[in-house]
Design a binder for this molecule. Structure first.
Ligand code: SAM
Length: 257
């Protein structure tokens, strides 16, 4: 008996790679506008997928290095952009890729990120931020709110402090689920990151201090930073971690680590 089942479509969205493809032209144009490209700019695109954003980046005159993990999409992209001399496929896992090995600085970074690993990607980008001028990236809206949260915002946490220490972060715009296929259950937000100079939070000890401070959100710093010698000389420890400004965290970290 011949097998009546149709072969699986290799380009169908794969959940494990966080694939939700952008299909709204207006949104694609707004992302490219947020990236403030000038012809000849060199861009690393994280997760090109079926190339919707890639096409717009190339049309804006950029030279694109597109980092894609999915073998089926790698084949598709090679084929789709075979005549395009400004397109370079990087068939790799972005979490295993050092940007400095891809091209010489400076460059830009753009990506509609796979949501399951978006903060891990941002952490890697923070470590290599001296290489690029800016990054325009899409996150799940809840994550974007944590990245943007200022003092006393209930969304403020470890991620807010570490991201804001590494980048000036601008909110560009929100996107509803209807702009993607398949449609995610959540809204998305596009953010622009401008690298900040090296600072104390590039040190693991400073990051671990922040992590300690936020380990029990409802507690005062007096409890969470118990055992951190000298903390009381720098700050009023009856405060909670989320109330501190970035400058106060910086002051604390500089005097303690
Ligand atoms: N840019 C496309 C778009 O907007 O339609 C696709 C965006 S989709 C949300 C995320 C893309 O990242 C997918 O193409 C997925 O295969 C790719 N991806 C997932 N994990 C990756 C990884 N570790 N390294 C590189 N690409 C990855």
């Amino acid at each position: 008996m011949p097998n009546a089942r149709r072969p699986a479509n290799p380009l169908a969205a794969k959940k494990r790679f966080g694939q939700n493809f952008l299909v709204d032209r207006n949104v694609l144009e707004r992302i490219v506008a947020a990236a403030q490209l000038t012809p000849g700019d060199r861009v690393i695109e994280i997760g090109p997928g079926r190339g919707a954003l890639t096409r717009e980046l190339l049309a804006a005159g950029s030279e694109v290095w597109a980092v894609e993990i999915d073998r089926d999409l790698q084949r598709f992209l090679e084929n789709e952009f075979s005549g395009e001399h400004n397109f370079h496929l990087v068939p790799r896992d972005i979490l295993q890729t050092s940007l400095s090995n891809l091209l010489d600085p400076p460059f830009k970074v753009v990506g509609n990120l796979p949501y399951n690993i978006s903060t891990a990607i941002l952490e890697r980008l923070a470590a290599e931020r001296s290489l690029f001028t800016d990054a325009v990236l899409m996150f799940q809206r809840e994550v974007a709110m944590r990245l943007l949260a200022g003092p006393d915002d209930p969304d403020r946490g470890y991620l807010s402090i570490i991201a804001q220490a590494s980048f000036e972060i601008e909110k560009c715009f929100d996107i509803g689920p209807g702009a993607f296929r398949p449609s995610p259950k959540v809204w998305s937000t596009v953010l622009r990151f401008i690298p900040r100079p090296d600072n104390v939070f590039d040190r693991a000890e400073a990051r671990s201090l922040v992590s300690k401070g936020f380990s029990q959100r409802r507690k005062m710093l007096r409890n969470t930073l118990k055992g951190v010698a000298g903390a009381e000389d720098v700050l009023d420890l009856s405060r909670r971690a989320e109330s501190l400004t970035l400058e106060e965290w910086e002051m604390l970290a500089k005097s303690l680590v």
